[in-house]
Design a protein around this ligand. Structure first.
Ligand code: C2E
Ligand code: MG
Ligand code: MG
Ligand code: MG
Length: 274
């Protein structure tokens, strides 16, 4: 009886693996098709500077506009794109598209803003990254000062020489680099002070819960950023209370539903006029 049971369990497990595998395979095929057929879109979320009250940046956020399923959020397909390596091609498209769009806005005469692009670990660790970015800037005509790359703590905080070299090459090029979801990983003070990073983005989880500890963490990150000559932005700002708290603590910039959700390019132009 015991043997029988085990065998059944095993079979069950086995078939769920193959189901999973089939689903992944289908999605991989669909992702390739999406890239070929132009189903990806970028939406942009404004980043507001507190002292000027102006929009100074836009974060490009990837959306998959699936012909049957509608908009699919990045959390649902980026992990698989990472696993299969497709993220490199998708990421190239995102970089190119974001730079091109930002140049279009500048050519229309809007006040220049930076466009922030999220990089995945695989993209950041490509040896050809800096050359690729140079090429994209040259092709789109965007000045490097208006491109910001968002990486995460786990991607940057490493003693491998080429990480520091990549960051320095990017700085020499004039491209800005920020640390996304800051506070959730394992940053080292040594690397933070050593690495040419322009901005920390405080993870939205620290704003979500209004616990005293979280407020203390937000304050510390703001003060540390300033001591290390970095700018600091809070993500996930949703309420006036959060806005007031961050203003009082002299956070440089804010991003969140309180100002705007991520929007398609056509709906953004209103922000350039404020
Ligand atoms: P992220 O870079 O930390 O982006 C911020 C996420 O928070 C976005 O989710 C944004 O829509 C959401 N958000 C903005 N304001 C608020 C707010 O006030 N409240 C709440 N609750 N959420 C807010 P989204 O667009 O679903 O993106 C999720 C993640 O997917 C991003 O997190 C980023 O890590 C990744 N991602 C997005 N686009 C790309 C891309 O082009 N390439 C790569 N590699 N990753 C991307
Ligand atoms: Mg981001
Ligand atoms: Mg992120
Ligand atoms: Mg984030």
């Amino acid at each position: 009886v015991i043997k029988e049971k085990h065998r059944n369990n095993y079979n069950l497990f086995d078939s769920s693996i193959s189901e999973n595998f089939k689903m992944r395979l289908t999605m991989e095929t669909e992702l390739r098709k999406a890239l070929r057929e132009g189903q990806f879109e970028l939406h942009y979320q404004p980043q507001k500077n507190l002292s000027s009250g102006k929009v100074v940046g836009l974060e490009a956020l990837l959306r998959w506009n699936h012909p049957q399923k509608g908009y699919i959020a990045p959390a649902e397909f980026i992990p698989l794109a990472e696993k299969t390596g497709l993220i490199i091609e998708i990421g190239d498209w995102v970089l190119y598209e974001a730079c091109k769009q930002n140049k279009v806005w500048q050519d229309k005469g809007y006040d220049p803003v930076t466009v922030s692009v999220n990089l995945s670990a695989k993209q950041f660790h490509q040896r050809s990254l800096v050359d690729k970015i140079k090429e994209i800037l040259a092709e789109t005509g965007l000045s490097p000062y208006y491109l910001e790359l968002e990486i995460t703590e786990s991607m940057a905080m490493s003693n491998e020489d080429y990480i520091l070299k990549t960051l320095k090459d990017l700085r020499d090029l004039g491209v800005l680099v920020s640390i996304d979801d800051f506070g959730t990983g394992y940053s080292s003070f040594k690397y933070l002070s050593l690495f040419p990073i322009t901005k920390l983005k405080i993870d939205k989880m620290f704003l979500k819960d209004e616990q005293r500890e979280n407020k203390a963490i937000v304050k510390s990150i703001i003060h540390m950023s300033h001591s290390l000559n970095m700018k600091v932005i809070a993500e996930g700002v949703e309420t006036m209370e959060q806005f007031n708290f961050l203003t009082q603590e002299r956070c440089d910039e804010m991003q969140g539903f309180y100002f705007s959700k991520p929007l398609p390019p056509k709906q953004l132009t209103k922000f350039f006029r404020v």
